[in-house]
Structures are given as structure tokens and as C-alpha cells.
Write a protein that binds this ligand. Structure first.
Ligand code: ATP
Ligand code: MG
Length: 268
């Protein structure tokens, strides 16, 4: 079909080009102007996509952070810049410990892994674990802190209170799916006075289901990073928990274990 010597398609394009020129001032019939417009549309589309992606990450990130259970119900905020090796008599070791945590956090950006921070109270385990989470959050990963002591407290109450039961279920669901999970105070729930008591069965079962979701049993691969802070040694942990749980949660190579045992208590 022809109109005034032009095919119908050409005529339609002419009309559209005219309309665009009237509205935006850009003549799409000019290849230079058309290229500019294409770039402009591309940038606009990318910005819109990035914004949407960021919003969804932020929304997700907020959900995990809001569901976190902090030790003593107090959120400790810490970044690597706050780590002061000079506070410790053995400042060289403190520097090494800080650097090891930083390098592990960087590694976790590309590859999920299991990390254990072990040592006496007050040596900075939760602080450095939190710095790792902050770094990973800045890199776009979702992070969540769960003090197993606080979780044990909720589990104690869940049989009488249905809202607590719902909360435990919700926290468990998020513990399974978050990119990086910090299990803080691990094993404190087994007894506070240097006595390695066996940990309540329901908590062990919950942790077992979480641990299973964070590894691919078929491929023997870690799918979600887990950082554990504890005052106990691995042999004490083995007395308190089912060995199947410990095998799933604990790192097996020394490069993923950060030993704070020679550092001093910095709590005032
Ligand atoms: N090297 C350090 N630089 C700066 N602050 C530190 C350092 N070491 C410890 N602190 C501070 O000391 C306090 C105790 O640290 P933190 O809570 O991280 O200890 P912890 O090892 O997790 O103890 P616990 O086993 O009792 O949970 C925090 O306020 C922490 O910021
Ligand atoms: Mg701690």
C-alpha cells in the first residue's frame, strides 16, 4: 500500500518521528540525534532497573536485619576501621586477627564459606564478626545476626506463647535463606559456668535444619556463608551438640578459623 509515494510503514514512521520532534525536540531521522536518544533511553532504562534492584535488595536486607536477635538485645555496630590492635598487649596478633577477618570477609563476597571465631569473652569476636557483616552488606549481600542464647530464650517461651512460636518460625525461615548468617554466642546456651551441658533438643533440631539449608549435601558445597562466634573449643562443642550438626556448621580448614584465645578481655 502506498501513500503519496511512500509505503504505509514509511508514512507511519514519518508521523511518529514528527510527533517525537514536537515533544522532545529530537529529530530521530537524523542518525546522530537518534544515537543520542538511544543512549539517553538506555541510561534511563538502566537507572530505573538499578533503582528497582537496589530497592528490592534494600527491602530484603532490611527484613533480615529487623529479624536479627542480638546478644543481650543490644545491637553492636562495628566496622573494620574501629578495630584497634594497640589496645591489646600482643598488638601484632590483634592486627593479624583483624586482617584475617577482613580477608575472609572479602573472600565471602565471591564464595560462600563457614568461618569460626573462637576465644575468651571480651576479646572482640562479635565486633569483628559485625565488621564482616557490614562489609558484606555494603557489597550487596543480605546479612543477619542470631545470638543462639537469645534464640534459646525464645524457644523456651514458644510453648506458652503463640506469637513467640510464630516469631521463631519466621526467624528460622530467614536464617535458612540469608546470604550471610552470624551465629553469635554459640554454645553459651549450653551453660554459662564452664560446664558443657548438652543443648536443648529443639534448638539443636532447629539449628540442624538451618545448617542443612546452608549446604548442598549432594554436591558437598556451602551455599550460604555462616560465621560463628564462640567461647568454646571445638572439642567442647562436640560434647554439647550432635556431631552431625557440628560437622555441618564448623569449618574444617584452619584458614577459616580465627583464634582469639591469646587476646585479652577488653570489656571495661
Ligand atoms: N581491638 C579492639 N579494638 C576496638 N574495640 C575492641 C577491641 N577489642 C575489643 N573491643 C571492644 O570490647 C568490647 C567487647 O568486644 P566483643 O563484644 O566483640 O567481645 P566478644 O569476644 O564477642 O565477647 P563475648 O565472648 O563475651 O561475646 C566491645 O565494645 C568491643 O568493641
Ligand atoms: Mg560476643
Amino acid at each position: 500500500m502506498e501513500l503519496q509515494g511512500l509505503t504505509f510503514n514509511q508514512k507511519t514512521r514519518e508521523i511518529i518521528a514528527q510527533k517525537i520532534k514536537e515533544q522532545s525536540g529530537i529529530d530521530v531521522r537524523d542518525p546522530k540525534q537518534l544515537a543520542q536518544m538511544t543512549d539517553h533511553v538506555k541510561t534511563w532504562r538502566n537507572n530505573r532497573l538499578n533503582r528497582a534492584r537496589k530497592q528490592s535488595v534494600l527491602h530484603n536486607a532490611g527484613e533480615y536485619i529487623n529479624a536479627s536477635l542480638y546478644s543481650g538485645n543490644q545491637r553492636l555496630d562495628f566496622i573494620f576501621k574501629n578495630w584497634k590492635p594497640d589496645m591489646q598487649a600482643n598488638r601484632l596478633l590483634a592486627r593479624e586477627v583483624g586482617a584475617k577477618c577482613f580477608n575472609l570477609a572479602r573472600k565471602m563476597v565471591d564464595e560462600p564459606c563457614k568461618v569460626l571465631l573462637t576465644g575468651k569473652p571480651g576479646v572482640g569476636k562479635t565486633s569483628l564478626a559485625t565488621a564482616m557483616l557490614n562489609h558484606l552488606c555494603d557489597e550487596g549481600l543480605t546479612v543477619m545476626t542470631v545470638s543462639t542464647l537469645e534464640l534459646a530464650g525464645l524457644m523456651q517461651q514458644q510453648y506458652e506463647k503463640t506469637d513467640v512460636k510464630d516469631r521463631v518460625e519466621y526467624v528460622t525461615k530467614l536464617m535458612k535463606t540469608v546470604d550471610v548468617l552470624l551465629l553469635d554466642d554459640f554454645a553459651t546456651e549450653g551453660g554459662m559456668k564452664n560446664e558443657a551441658k548438652s543443648v536443648r533438643q529443639d534448638l539443636q533440631e532447629l539449628l540442624f535444619s538451618v545448617a542443612n539449608s546452608r549446604i548442598n549435601l549432594q554436591k558437598n558445597e556451602v551455599v550460604g556463608s555462616t560465621i560463628i562466634t564462640t567461647n568454646s573449643s571445638v572439642s567442647e562443642l562436640e560434647m554439647m551438640y550432635n556431631p552431625k550438626l557440628i560437622s555441618r556448621l564448623m569449618p574444617h580448614k584452619p584458614e577459616f578459623i580465627v583464634d582469639f584465645s591469646q587476646l585479652e578481655d577488653m570489656r571495661v
